[in-house]
Design a protein around this ligand. Sequence first.
Ligand SMILES: [Zn+2]
Ligand SMILES: [Zn+2]
Length: 280
Amino acid sequence: MFRIGAHVSISSGYAKAVDREVDLGGNCGQIFAGSPRGWKVSRPEKDEAEKFRQKSEDRDVKPWIVHGTYLINFATPKSDLAEKSVKAVQGELDAAAALGIPYYVFHPGAHTGAGEEQGIQNIAERLSKIDIPDGVKLLLENTAGKGTTLGKTFDQLDTMVRSSDYSYSKLGICLDTCHMYAAGYDITEKQKLDDIIDDIEKVIGLDNIPFLHLNDSKHRASSEKDEHEHIGEGEIGEKGFELFINHEKLRDKPMVLETPENEKGFAWNIEKCKELRRGN
Ligand SMILES: [Zn+2]
Ligand SMILES: [Zn+2]
């Protein structure tokens, strides 16, 4: 079954986010558990969490994923920032667990001069400090790779997981199409996409990628620029998304959109994905 949705706001409470998703035409979704540009985690009250679970069940919106705040940096050489980051990830993971949400994703961070190797080591050490609650998988998101940002390659992501005290039983990877493309993984032709998926299978394993982010890219392949565009209207284009969304090895994974919110909005993008989809 095609599970497609968008990032929705929790500004009127967690349960309302489920209605928002359905109104957009989505049947899975993503939320923040607080402010995306702040450290404060919004811990759901027990009855609010229960309402969210019940409504998701009743309206068949699943799975959900919680996206971590953008301030998190597990690669940083600065201990105060690292401490705040670990605390934020723990709080957001606990919120996900309370809501019955099975996935949590964040961007691993930038080494800001410490070097790639040290940065990855930092990420692994901080991952090991987290107490991942039962029922939640912590996902690292691939990045476009700008500046000293880590997580651009499948190898880097895999090394982060393998260098931590955890394994793929509690950790996983979330792949974002815009970030992949901007990082140099050109997914716009069948043969190239097949080769990239072969590479993913060898390095990470497809089972370790339970969630996908669908975004077109404003910039060319290898630009390392992370700027999202509406589906089909960026450099990946309709053909690229048609290949990606229908690929036999990806089509059963839930996909959420983080496309720009302007005149087109998420409903338009969800509809576009449904148009490009073949079969269920
Ligand atoms: Zn993303
Ligand atoms: Zn992005």
